[in-house]
Every structure is written in C-alpha cells, then in structure tokens.
Design a protein around this ligand. Structure first.
Ligand code: MG
Length: 241
C-alpha cells in the first residue's frame, strides 16, 4: 500500500516538473533601449556631451553663475583662483566619463600638485591629484573619495599624460523629514583599473570634520574644482541612469 502511494507521489511530482516550461522564467516586461557604443573613447549615442569642443563651454557656468573663467580650448583648463565651475544641467544617478591631465611641469607636493576634483552632485568629490610618485594622506590621493575612502590601488599615470575616470554614481535618497533613506554609492575605474568598488558614501565630502548627509534635491550639477593648479579636462560625457 505504502509502495503504491509512493509511486503515485512520484508520478505526480514528475508531472509537475514537466508542467514547468522554459518560457515560465522568460522576462519580456522591458525591452532595453538600443544604444550605439562609441568608437574608442567617443561617447555612446545616448550620452549628454559636457565637453568635447571649445563651444561646449556653454554647458558650464561659474559656480556663482555667469560665464566660466577657465581656458576653453580643445581641453578645458583650470585658471587658478577664478573659481569652481558647474554644469548648467543637473543630474542624479549617472555614468560619467571624464579625462584629466595634471600639468607636465611638476610644481608643489602633496595636495599642492595637480589638485582638482570631480564633485558628483557638487557634494561628493572624487579627488583629482598628481599622485604619481607624490605622497599625501591616502584618502586624499587621486581616485580617493576625498577623506572617506582610500582607492584600492594607485593607477596614476605620470604628470602631463591624459588619464580617465569612469564613474558610476547612485545618488542618495532622503525621507521628507530630511533623514537618510538610502546612501550614495560610487564605483570608480581609473585608466581602466577598478579603484572604488561600489563604495557606500558616508555623506558629503569635507575638508574639515566628519562627512554627513544633508537632504538635497534629487538632481544637482556636476562641479569641477579650481584648486589653483592648471589641471586640464577633455572628453567629458555623462549618461543619466
Ligand atoms: Mg581636490
């Protein structure tokens, strides 16, 4: 009797197994949009171009409004003491490609050599610094999340050479009462080398004091830093995610 029940159960089980079809686990709910990848370092078809030509200076403004005072040629170069610049457009979750070059003439040391910065949402800095044979506090060297996260490795090229950052950034979310709903996350690839792997940010990056989240808009401009050094940028493009 028990044997009969067992074999019946076995038959029922195998029937159920056969009842499941490959199609049951296929997902047709969202067709991915077609994007044409760029050749070499050219931007993909859906990217927002922030700087490729001198005329792209129009995409930027001085941090206080008004035109930028940096040198806008084939590349965009910091003119020291003129102030940070920001994009006119505002962004939240993004993929950002940016190329930078510290001056070939080595001047200064530590934080004073080829210093600039890429501020996601104007608040979260990925440090730009000539960190080729130039020691400083490790959470302040090139590719660090400034004073929050040391890069996994130092992938810096020598001064005067072009370097790339490919950054994937997830913006933080806030409750209506201003408290944090979910933190920001960042991944940074420097010259093709992973240096920040889905790092959870502790808040806005600060020169003095601990990082802290302060509720802000869902989208904010990208800011590039004038730290007094003639750092150049080119081929800047961004994709909203
Ligand atoms: Mg900086």
């Amino acid at each position: 009797m028990t044997k009969k029940i067992l074999s019946l159960l076995l038959v029922l089980y195998s029937m159920n197994a056969f009842a499941q079809k490959p199609e049951d686990t296929e997902d047709w709910s969202r067709k991915p949009v077609i994007v044409t990848p760029g050749e070499g370092t050219l931007p993909p078809s859906d990217a927002v171009i922030l700087y490729r030509l001198p005329s792209d200076a129009e995409n930027w403004m001085h941090i206080n409004g008004g035109p930028i005072k940096w040198k806008a040629a084939d590349e965009l170069t910091v003119v020291g003491q003129t102030g940070n610049i920001r994009t006119k457009q505002e962004f939240g979750d993004v993929q950002l490609h940016i190329e930078w070059r510290s001056p070939s003439e080595i001047r200064g040391e530590g934080q004073g050599r080829g210093n600039s910065g890429v501020f996601l949402m104007g608040l979260y800095e990925v440090q730009v610094l000539d960190s080729y044979d130039n020691e400083t506090y490790y959470n302040g060297q090139a590719g660090s999340i400034y004073k929050q996260q040391i890069p996994l490795v130092n992938a810096c090229r020598p001064p005067g050479q072009w370097q790339t950052y490919d950054i994937i950034f997830k913006a933080p979310r806030f409750h209506d009462d201003g408290s944090l709903l979910s933190p920001a996350f960042i991944t940074v690839i420097h010259n093709g080398v992973l240096i920040q792997n889905h790092v959870e940010l502790k808040g806005g990056t600060r020169y003095i004091g601990a990082p802290e989240y302060v509720k802000h808009n869902e989208k904010l401009p990208l800011i590039l830093q004038d730290h007094g050094d003639a750092v150049s940028f080119r081929n800047i493009w961004i994709r909203e995610l």
